[in-house]
Structures are given as C-alpha cells and as structure tokens.
Design a protein around this ligand. Structure first.
Ligand code: ASP
Length: 311
C-alpha cells in the first residue's frame, strides 16, 4: 500500500490550570461540511469542553471529566457516536467505547441500546471483573442502572441516507466523527475515553480501534505516563497498536508528545495507507494533537479562551 504523506499539523497545548482537558470530535478527509453540521460540531465541542472542565474545576476526577465531555457529544447528532452514529450494513447502530483510568480499563463493542456507550464502558471498568465486553446483553443496562433506548433512537435521517449512497456505490465510507477526551485532574491522574459508531456500512460485528486498549484508547499514570484517544481508520490503528506505540515512544525514547504522535501516525498508520489523528496528554499536564488528515476536530483551552477547531 502506498505511504500516506503526513499532511497534518500538531499543536502543543499548555497546562494553564491545575488540570487540563483536551477533546476531539474525529479526524478525517472531509471534502465538505454543511453549515448545519458545522454548527452542530462547534456547539458540541463547546458544550462538551465546558462539561468536562466544570467537573475538573469542581475537583472531580479525570475519569468523571472525560465521561462528562463524551456524554455531551454522544447526544449531539453532528458526531459519529451515540445518536447520529454511523449505521452498519444492516442499518443498525453498533457502538464501540472505552475508558481508561489509573491503569485500569473498561470497554464495550457492538453495544446497541445503551444511550451512553461511554458509561457502559465505564460500568465494565467499575462494576465487573472484566475489561472488555463484546455485544453486551441489554440485561446489564438494567443491572447497572444505565439508560436503555431503542436502536432507532440513534438513527438519523442523514445517516440512513448516507448508508443508501454508500451501499449503492458498493463502498465502505471512510470513517470520521468519532469522539474522545483526555484529561489530567487536580490529583495528577490521567484518563482517556473514546466513543464511536465505527465505520458506515461496516459488517455486523466489525470492531474498530476505539474500544481496543492500546490501539484507540490508553491512559497510564506515572512520570512518563500519557493519556490518548485516537480517531481515524481503525483497522490501521489496531495493526499499529497506535496508542501504546505513542506511550512507548514517550516512555522509552523520551520523545515529546507531538513528536511521538506524529512519528506513530506516519510510521504505523500512514505507511499502511491509513489516516487519522490522536490527542495526547502527558503526566505534566502538557498536551498535543497530531493528525495526518485534512480535519482534526478538537477543542482545548488557550490563554485567550477555549479554542475549537474543525480543520
Ligand atoms: N476509529 C474509528 C473506527 O475505525 C472511526 C473514527 O475514528 O471515526 O471505528
């Protein structure tokens, strides 16, 4: 497969408060964004960032913060998660999500009725002896007091239309619009969360990188720990063990976050013909984003306020 040229840029994000939050709403090669979708994305980023930062400001944990931010985006139809997520080849929404905090993780794939897949993943972490549940039964939603909705609740007219177009073209739509968040709290703990519908027209049972620890999601405390949420073409992120590769570059090579992200995208994703982006937070609260696609939808705090970007 031909190597993809790294066309993205990366940003160094400073620690301005006793905590830091960085969120993303997906990376991809987006040719056009309707004014309505742009509005949804900007609003979603702003509201999600505010929700996550409020938790951190109030002394909440990094895990609480990343879940709060992701829950807001799961309610926003502009992103590929929660309501408005992509449809699989059978026109069903199958969500994947993961969280990681203090060295432990929880993940679900093929979730079809949890209103907030990220909270389902968190419940796997906090309420089960396991770390990853595939096609989890709905009975767990009741057992764990999680909101259950009909699968139709997640299906939007726009996604149904998109599925028809993709199926008529006998294609797999390039994935984008996954959401994620990384944070460090006042106690210095790092957390990451990622939530997605995956790839439009995917085969039933297809799992992307988002719920796979070390591929699309990662968080480790300690002097060289990092928290990572990835987005992009999941198959290549799995094959490149992207999130753990970034952690390894930071821990064993001492690379700065942006260089670790950029190098990993180039060597592990670009060389496989894939694209996408990562948000990374270090244990000192500095953060970075890197991507090799035209868009990296994200938000973080700067000296002059919250910066949201769609490009
Ligand atoms: N990485 C996700 C997946 O392949 C999709 C995305 O990031 O948009 O399932």
């Amino acid at each position: 497969m031909p190597a993809t040229i790294l066309i993205g840029v990366f940003a160094e994000i400073p620690k301005l408060r006793p905590y830091t939050l960085l969120i993303h709403g997906g990376a991809g090669n987006i040719t056009e964004l309707s004014a309505e979708r742009e509005r949804l994305l900007y609003t979603g980023l702003e509201e999600a960032f505010a929700a996550g930062e409020k938790v951190l400001e109030g002394g909440g944990s990094a895990l609480d913060a990343v879940c709060a931010a992701v829950c807001v985006m799961e309610e926003n139809e502009g992103f590929n998660c929660g309501r408005g997520a992509t449809l699989n080849a059978d026109a069903v929404v199958e969500h994947d999500a993961a969280v990681m905090f203090e060295g432990h993780s929880g993940a679900v794939c093929g979730s079809t009725h949890a209103r907030h897949p990220v909270l389902f993943a968190r419940a796997v972490l906090e309420r089960s002896p396991h770390v990853f549940l595939a096609m989890p039964p709905d009975s767990l939603l009741e057992e764990w007091d999680l909101e259950r909705v009909a699968n139709d609740y997640f299906v939007t007219a726009e996604r149904a239309e998109q599925l028809k177009r993709v199926q008529a073209a006998e294609a797999i739509a390039e994935p984008h619009g996954t959401v994620g968040a990384v944070a460090i709290d006042r106690n210095g703990h790092l957390a990451a969360a990622t939530s997605t519908g995956g790839m439009e027209n995917k085969k039933h049972g297809r799992v992307g990188d988002s719920p796979i620890i070390g591929a699309g999601t990662w968080a480790a405390d300690g002097p060289h720990g990092v928290a990572i949420s990835a987005t992009g073409w999941g198959e290549m992120f799995i094959e490149g063990a992207v999130a753990h590769e970034i952690q390894a570059r930071v821990r064993y090579l001492g690379q700065p976050l942006a260089a670790a992200g950029e190098g990993t995208l180039s060597d592990e994703v670009g060389t496989r013909g894939g694209y996408g982006g990562v948000i990374i937070m270090g244990s000192d609260g500095q953060a970075a984003a890197a991507w090799n696609s035209t868009h990296m939808i994200s938000a973080w705090r700067t000296e002059s306020g919250v910066h949201t970007q769609l490009a």
